[in-house]
Design a protein around this ligand. Sequence first.
Ligand code: HEC
Ligand code: HEC
Ligand code: HEC
Ligand code: HEC
Ligand code: HEC
Ligand code: HEC
Length: 405
Amino acid sequence: MTQNPVHKTFFLLRAHSKINYQFCKLISLAGKAWNQRHIEICRVFTTQSGRMNRLAKCKVIFEWALSLLVLCFVLSSPKIAVAADIGNCLLCHKYPGLSRIEGDKGIFRLLYVNEKTFNSSMHAKVKCEGCHTDIKKIPHDPAKKVDCLTQCHIIEPSSEQKFSHKDVAQFLENSVHGKLDETKQLKKFPEDRPTCKKCHDNPLYRPVSLNKTMMPGISDQSIGRCRVCHKKDEFIYRFYNHVTTRLRRSRNPKNITEVCIRCHDDINLVKRHGMSIKAVATYKESFHGKAAEFLDERIPDCLDCHVNRGESVHQMLSAKNTLSSTHENNKYKTCSNIECHPKATPRLAQFKVHAEFSKTQDPKRYYFESAFIILTGGTLLPLLGIMLLDSIRRLFPTLSRRRKK
Ligand code: HEC
Ligand code: HEC
Ligand code: HEC
Ligand code: HEC
Ligand code: HEC
Ligand code: HEC
């Protein structure tokens, strides 16, 4: 269906009118019905053309006329002449209406790429075809899934090799999240071997407002220091940002937990791997997690504890692994990180960072916390009662239950 020329022009028509997203969605819903109708018409048109009813005939003629009209418009428009240029993807994809309804379930798929968001994204310097390598002609065929390990045209200066994310894949492979288990067999369940896109869901397609939580580089003010010698602002911004966004994490601790929560609080996955806790829920219960909720960026997130200092964040290891930063013998070294608890002793590391509020897991803490809840409730509730009664008396000083004589 997607290759039908009528269909294609329909989308182009919508793409070129400046209708907003919501409106487009409405049309798309109508388009869904239209689509089904369209399939019928196509069938009639190709196999049973002799028995086509008048309405269908009119519709087909109308559609072809419309398509021709649009095609003329498209071909005569000077801008579109550039469309032959493969690189100019945004020519079409910058229109918020570019979308289609897919499959039997009628999934609405937005194919619009926000130019501004893209240009301020991590991959702004990569050409569209750098990732969408299979798109070689316009109009193009349905695209294949993007492979994050594709070599791109950018040359990494220190090795002069074409750049790719292969190293990251290697780190990931050596970590708990790799594709193979201890016996070097492919892990059975797909959710046990997270792919790049699973953790890095493309921010391009997130609502723009979400991008605002990304932390900027060190400080825009210090850019003035580069201007002393470098003259072009574009060069300065590009390299300054390239370096500074890597000096610290671009996500705050809260965002990081959102990456892990999908799997690590999934009760099926937790059970299947014999993990004792829902990692994110228990982190959120802890002091660290509470501070992270308030966007305190000094607080350790999952990566600060689970990645050895100076290693790729992808190289997380099981606590059972003797090389792991969370292994029994290494834990206190992790806590005594200069930015955290410099005076930490092995005793501090006995503290359970992922303790659950449960009787079986940690009875001592359970009774301690329960006692606190009872104490707090026991003091506050009577106090509230007294305040309520007091307010009633103040509001209605003459109120009395006894009948006046
Ligand atoms: C002439 C306009 C035009 C240009 C230029 C264009 N596209 Fe598209 N693109 C479309 C339309 C229309 C669709 C929807 C196709 C459909 O529904 O059949 C689409 C769909 C897509 C999809 C989703 C397709 C799928 O089947 O999953 C991707 C990915 C894509 N385009 C990438 C690109 C890239 C990368 C470039 C530049 C190399 C590009 N496009 C240039 C019009 C264009
Ligand atoms: C860094 C790699 C990268 C670059 C550069 C890139 N894309 Fe994509 N694009 C992706 C990924 C990943 C997806 C998600 C679908 C997938 O896995 O293939 C995607 C999906 C899409 C889709 C389909 C949207 C959907 O909902 O599936 C369109 C359309 C698209 N890209 C267009 C573009 C255009 C236009 C450009 C250039 C302005 C571009 N892309 C640049 C990686 C990239
Ligand atoms: C288990 C989740 C997870 C998986 C799977 C994953 N990443 Fe990451 N990645 C992260 C986190 C978390 C960060 C740190 C984000 C930050 O600094 O804000 C990160 C950071 C990065 C960075 C920035 C440099 C760095 O190391 O800090 C790159 C590049 C990257 N990932 C690429 C990839 C690629 C390519 C894949 C697939 C081979 C992949 N990631 C798979 C979680 C993951
Ligand atoms: C005192 C002058 C001076 C200041 C200030 C300065 N640079 Fe440079 N920069 C240079 C010189 C000179 C070179 C060329 C060095 C060479 O080729 O060995 C250079 C090279 C570079 C390069 C390498 C370019 C290439 O293609 O090889 C980058 C990137 C860069 N500077 C970024 C910055 C940034 C970002 C800042 C601000 C934080 C900055 N510079 C501040 C003088 C300066
Ligand atoms: C797509 C699912 C998925 C995501 C997302 C994910 N993990 Fe995992 N993680 C797993 C699975 C499955 C295991 C168990 C692997 C095994 O035992 O083979 C695991 C194991 C771990 C372990 C080792 C536990 C142990 O045995 O001691 C740590 C630590 C860990 N993950 C941390 C993280 C952090 C931090 C994040 C977020 C940046 C994250 N994971 C994101 C699926 C995921
Ligand atoms: C303050 C350090 C610290 C932080 C922050 C932290 N962890 Fe842990 N985590 C540990 C330690 C230490 C262990 C080993 C078990 C223990 O000693 O409690 C562990 C164990 C785990 C386990 C294995 C649990 C089991 O029963 O097998 C997983 C999974 C895990 N963490 C995931 C996460 C995720 C996801 C986050 C972020 C929400 C996170 N951790 C944040 C220190 C931390």
